[in-house]
Design a protein around this ligand. Structure first.
Ligand code: SF4
Length: 705
């Protein structure tokens, strides 16, 4: 009997699947022309996005939205990704499709951009929330709701003040059911050890210049009282910490699954984390016993080096750099900022102690304290250079909402810039009695230029050790590139993008042609700046390079060395993988085990043989090269000034040769130029060889930590 219509109906009326997509978004900021500050590749991934993604995933995995709801978490970073609200709306909003957006970790300078994005998302039908340092800090220290926050509430955007670990699932449930409150005031500070460790999203990682870098907040809060800081009024003075076991487990898992081998511990003060020693011991164990060798950078206070055994432990655990809030070299300034824990007389000893542990020292200096003047700042920078930190980051004093400084200014009626986009620590946001308008910023950029001058970078690289050399060198590239752009290095990236239509309200959208021409011109200037930076770095390397990093017998040898390392590590990895498979199979399948043994050792032997051949070829070429070069070099030195042996320490001779050649060309001395042909070719080859050798070393170091 044929099936009746009624019998087949249920197949076609099956309930459609519902979906709920959550976007955790880091907003960027606007530049002076109203364009979003965005880069092709970023430098520092956002820890807040990783934390929220992990929390959301945990809430979704618990199934609290119901079995018929398909849930997804997406990370969107405005600094490195385009945010096309219309396209997202088309894809994620509709019948049975709901979506929410969390603008997360929003700092004061990001607040205007976050506000614009929040309004766009809200208008497009997304449930929209905004949290972070600005909302939490500004509300915490205001008697009434700050006007910029109230304006968002009026626009239907939900504000979240505080840390969401204990209630994020509830908030997401409210968002899914369309019943978000206008304001969540979370007073309790969560126990972060119970929260999941920040998630590594491999797709997100690809947006960064070094995709194998992860972030973990091992603790939150800070016991100190600095008047310019918002941490204490947002995260509290009591420190809350994650356990060493959880951190070690996650570090090991991330290393094996995603090859994450460099971390930034985002704790504002790792040295005061009560689990500090246990975490470092766990990292030492991973490094020394389990082959999980990660390096990391951490923030500590100026007294941390005095904690018995701390520097040595950190060094053994893989710490490559410490970030230290020196803030000022003037004790009166430190007192005015309630940073009395810093003692100016200790700074030299502190830097030496970290250096003895083989750890690079990155200090910070804030410019604009009450006792600063243009002259005193210049003198402080010179003094700082003598003290010998490997890096320094400069900040202009900024009265951030949520800090004691902001409250004091409000109370005393001090003028503060009404545009929060400028609260990025490199704009003047107040008037200072010791600086004329514009002079403060000028002094600030001069401090950067002085510290990152060629001479100071060279002095730093000459005194640093093998372990820290390339880390510092790469940071110099990052910082010099940012300074060229006139932007703070910590919010910069590689290759600036300016999306034409995504411009700050109040700035007109440029026509396509005009925009394309401007971008082309900028692109060309950037390429020229990169070339100049390349030669500057090459010169820096030639004058400071480590023993064993040779330009002789040239880039081929360097290439062979690097290739050899890779072959060796590939061979090792094959053997390790095979051992893993063998263990997994166990005794049950003896023949399979034998086959794997034979295959693995066969492949491994072939790689070793290949590697040995490469080594032999290299040695032969060195011997041959040495004999020939010995004779040739003596001849060439006589013939060509730029070819003398000393030139290998610098491109100076080559540079002066090229500029002399340029002047002959300009003066039309073409016969002289023609007579120079052999020397031109010789010096050209020599220059190319130096550059390629440097490039090979640099590229190799850029892709590993
Ligand atoms: S500036 Fe550093 S030491 Fe001072 S309160 Fe903030 S986090 Fe703590």
């Amino acid at each position: 009997m044929a099936a009746s219509k009624r019998e087949i109906m249920p197949i076609f009326t099956r309930k459609p699947k519902k979906s709920f997509d959550l976007f955790v978004v880091r907003p960027s900021k606007y530049d002076e022309e109203g364009y979003v500050v965005r880069y092709l590749k970023g430098v520092l991934p956002s820890n807040t996005l990783s934390v929220l993604a992990a929390l959301a995933q945990e809430a979704f995995d618990s199934g609290r939205l119901g079995p018929d709801v398909e849930t997804r978490v997406h990370i969107l970073d405005d600094v490195v990704q385009e945010i096309d609200v219309k396209r997202l709306r088309k894809r994620f909003i509709g019948p049975n499709r709901r979506a929410a957006v969390c603008l997360a970790g929003v700092q004061t300078n990001q607040f205007p951009r976050a506000t614009d994005l929040a309004r766009r998302f809200k208008d497009a039908g997304f449930e929209t929330l905004i949290g972070g340092f600005h909302v939490s800090g500004a509300i915490a220290l205001s008697e009434t709701m700050p006007p910029e926050c109230q304006a968002l509430i009026d626009a239907g955007v939900t504000l979240v003040k505080g840390e969401v670990e204990d209630c994020f699932g509830d908030i997401l449930e409210d968002a899914y059911h369309g019943r978000l409150k206008p304001f969540y005031d979370i007073v309790n500070k969560p126990d972060i050890d119970k929260a999941p460790i920040p998630l590594i999203d491999p797709i997100y990682q690809k947006h960064f210049a070094y995709p194998r870098m992860g972030t973990i907040d091992a603790s939150r809060g800070c016991p100190f009282d600095c008047s310019f800081c918002t941490i204490i009024n947002v995260q509290g003075r009591k420190m809350r910490c994650r356990s060493a076991e959880k951190i070690a487990q996650q570090v090991e898992a991330n290393f094996k699954r995603h090859r994450i081998d460099y971390y930034f511990f985002t704790d504002d003060n790792f040295a005061r984390n009560k689990n500090r020693d246990a975490i470092l011991d766990a990292l030492i164990d991973l490094r020394e016993n389990k082959g999980v060798a990660i390096n990391f950078m951490m923030q500590v206070d100026t007294k941390a080096w005095r904690i018995p055994g701390f520097v040595d432990r950190a060094s053994r655990a893989g710490c490559s750099q410490v970030f230290i809030g020196i803030e000022s070299l003037n004790a009166a300034n430190l007192e005015a900022a309630d940073k009395t824990q810093n003692s100016v007389d200790d700074f030299g000893q502190m830097i030496d102690a970290w250096h003895q542990g083989g750890i690079a020292c990155h200090g910070t200096l804030i410019i604009g304290f009450p006792h600063d003047t243009p002259e005193s700042v210049a003198a402080d920078v010179e003094r700082l250079k003598q003290l010998g930190p490997d890096q320094c980051s400069f900040f202009m004093l900024t009265p951030l909402p949520g800090s004691v400084d902001h409250v004091r200014n409000q109370r005393n009626g001090v003028w503060m810039d009404p545009d929060y986009n400028n609260f990025d620590s490199y704009h003047e946001t107040m008037r200072l009695p010791n600086f004329a308008p514009g002079q403060w910023q000028e002094t600030y950029w001069k401090a950067w230029a002085s510290f990152y001058s060629f001479e100071n970078m060279r002095a730093i690289l000459r005194r640093c050790n093998e372990r820290t050399y390339w880390g510092i060198f790469k940071n110099f590239m990052w910082y010099r590139n940012a300074l060229r752009e006139g932007i703070h290095p910590m919010i910069t990236g590689l290759w600036r993008l300016r999306p034409r239509t995504d411009r700050r309200p109040g700035f007109a959208v440029e026509g396509r042609l005009r925009h394309a021409l401007r971008r082309w011109r900028e692109g060309w200037q950037t390429v020229r700046a990169f070339v100049a930076l390349f030669f500057e770095l090459e010169e820096l390397w030639l004058q400071t390079r480590l023993k064993g990093e040779t330009t002789s017998p040239g880039y081929l040898a360097a290439l062979r060395d690097k290739l050899g390392e890779n072959v060796q590590s590939l061979s090792k990895s094959i053997t390790t993988q095979a051992a893993g498979v063998r263990d997994a199979i166990g005794d049950r399948t003896a023949s399979a085990r034998e086959w794997i043994n034979e295959s693995a050792s066969g492949v491994s032997q072939r790689f070793r043989a290949g590697f040995d051949r490469l080594q032999r070829t290299r040695e032969e070429s060195i011997n041959l090269g040495n004999n020939l070069r010995g004779r040739l070099a003596r001849l060439l030195v006589r013939w060509n000034n730029a070819g003398r042996r000393g030139a290998i320490q610098s491109r100076a001779h080559l540079r002066s040769y090229w500029s002399a050649l340029g002047s002959w060309v300009r003066r039309g001395r073409l016969i002289r130029v023609a007579a120079e042909t052999p020397r031109i070719m010789y010096n050209f080859c020599r220059d190319v060889r130096l550059s390629v050798t440097f490039f090979v070393y640099f590229l190799h170091e850029l892709t590993c930590e």
